[in-house]
Design a protein around this ligand. Structure first.
Ligand code: NAP
Length: 321
C-alpha cells in the first residue's frame, strides 16, 4: 500500500473521555481531519462518576450528563468517531503513525493519547474471585444492587469518599476503610462524610482478605496501629485506591514515569514528535475533568502548530506499509 491508497488523518485521538473529546474539538475547529478511537462508547471514566461539583459552570452535574454534553458539543463539528474499537498495536515513531485495531489500520500525521487510567487493585485474596459477585469498582453502576445492605469502600481520596456518600443513598451502612488516620480528599467532601450517620470510619486499617461463599459475605481487616485483625460483615466491597495508567500499548515507545504515566512537555508533546498525551494517562499533578479538558485544548493547538510546521518544511514518511 502506498500513501495514495490510504486515508491519512491529520490527527487520531486515542480515547474518547473528556480529554480526548476536548482535543477533538480543538483539532476540528482548526480544520484538521481528526477522529476519536475508543474501546467503548465515548465518555470515559467520568461517565461513571456519581456527581461532579468542581467543573466550573455547573454547581452539580452527574458525570454521565456532563460527558453527554461534551459529546453533543463535538457532534456539531467534523470529528469522525470509531467507538468500540480495541486498539491492538501502535507505531508512533515514523512520520506517519499507524494504529491497528481488530479490523482496521488507521494512519495519521499526529496522535493524541487520551486512554486514561483504570482502578488500582487491592491485590488481596478474594478480590478477583468475587469480582461481579460483591466486588465492584463502580458504585454508580452497581450501587443500586446494594439496597438495604452493608458495603465497604476502601481508600481515602476523592473517589472513595464521593462514592461512599453515593452508596449511602441505597445502603443501610457504609464502612469507609482507610490505611491512614486522615484523608487526602477535598475538605468539603470530608465534612459531608463526617456528618453522614450511615458512614462508619475504619481508619488505620487495611483489607487483608475478602471472604464469602458464592458472594461476598465479609472482609478481614487489619488495624495497622496494633495489628489487630477483625471481620466486618458486608455484602459489597468497593475499592477506590487510585489509578494505574492504560499505557501498556505505548511503554516501549514513550517515556513514562515509574508508574507508567506518560511524560510530556507543557505543549503535551511526548518524547516523540507529533505524539501527545493528555488527561489521566499523563504524568500530571492533578487528575480532574477540568484539567483533562484543559490538556485536550493545549494538545489540539499544539497539533495544529506541529502540522503547520510540517507543511512549511519537508517531512519524509519512513514507515513501510
Ligand atoms: P487518589 O487520590 O490517588 O487516592 C487513593 C487513595 O487510596 C489514597 O487515600 C491512598 O492512601 C489509598 N491507597 C492507595 N493504595 C492503597 C492500597 N494499596 N491499600 C489501601 N489504600 C490505598 O485516587 P482516587 O481517589 O481514585 O482519585 C484519582 C484521581 O481522580 C485523583 O487525582 C482525584 O483527585 C481525581 N478525582 C477527581 C474527582 C473530581 O474532581 N470530582 C473525583 C474523583 C477523583 P494514602 O492517602 O495513604 O496515600
Amino acid at each position: 500500500m502506498n500513501n495514495f491508497d490510504k486515508n491519512i488523518f491529520d490527527c487520531l485521538i486515542l480515547g474518547g473521555g473528556p480529554a480526548g473529546m476536548s482535543g477533538a474539538l480543538y483539532c476540528s475547529r482548526a480544520n484538521l481531519n481528526c477522529a476519536i478511537i475508543d474501546s467503548s462508547a465515548l465518555g470515559g471514566a467520568p461517565a461513571n462518576y456519581c456527581e461532579i461539583e468542581n467543573y466550573l459552570g455547573f454547581n452539580r452535574i452527574e458525570g454521565a450528563e456532563l460527558c453527554e454534553r461534551f459529546e453533543e458539543h463535538i457532534n456539531n463539528f467534523n470529528v469522525q468517531k470509531f467507538p468500540f474499537e480495541e486498539i491492538q498495536s501502535v507505531e508512533l515513531t515514523s512520520d506517519i503513525k499507524k494504529i491497528t485495531t481488530e479490523d482496521k489500520e488507521l494512519f495519521a500525521k499526529s496522535i493524541i493519547i487520551a486512554t486514561g487510567a483504570k482502578p488500582q487493585k487491592l491485590n488481596v485474596k478474594g478480590e478477583k474471585e468475587f469480582f461481579g459477585r460483591g466486588v465492584s469498582y463502580c458504585a454508580v453502576c452497581d450501587g443500586a444492587f446494594y439496597k438495604n445492605k452493608i458495603t465497604a469502600v476502601v481508600g481515602g481520596g476523592n473517589s472513595a469518599l464521593e462514592e461512599a456518600l453515593y452508596l449511602t443513598r441505597f445502603c443501610d451502612k457504609v464502612y469507609l476503610i482507610h490505611r491512614r488516620g486522615e484523608f487526602r480528599a477535598d475538605k468539603i467532601i470530608q465534612k459531608r462524610i463526617f456528618e453522614n450517620k450511615k458512614i462508619e470510619l475504619v481508619l488505620n486499617s487495611v483489607v487483608e482478605e475478602i471472604i464469602g461463599d458464592n458472594k461476598v459475605q465479609g472482609i478481614k481487616i487489619k488495624n495497622v496501629s496494633n495489628n489487630e485483625i477483625k471481620t466486618l460483615v458486608v455484602q459489597g466491597v468497593f475499592p477506590y485506591i487510585g489509578l494505574s495508567p492504560n499505557s501498556e500499548l505505548f511503554t516501549n515507545q514513550l517515556q513514562t514515569d515509574e508508574k507508567g504515566f506518560i511524560i510530556t512537555d507543557n505543549t503535551m508533546q511526548t518524547n516523540i514528535q507529533g505524539v501527545y498525551a493528555i488527561g489521566d494517562i499523563r504524568n500530571t499533578p492533578l487528575r480532574q475533568v477540568i484539567t483533562a479538558v484543559s490538556d485536550g485544548a493545549i494538545a489540539g493547538v499544539s497539533v495544529s502548530k506541529y502540522l503547520m510546521n510540517i507543511e512549511k518544511g519537508a517531512v519524509h514518511e519512513s514507515i513501510s506499509l
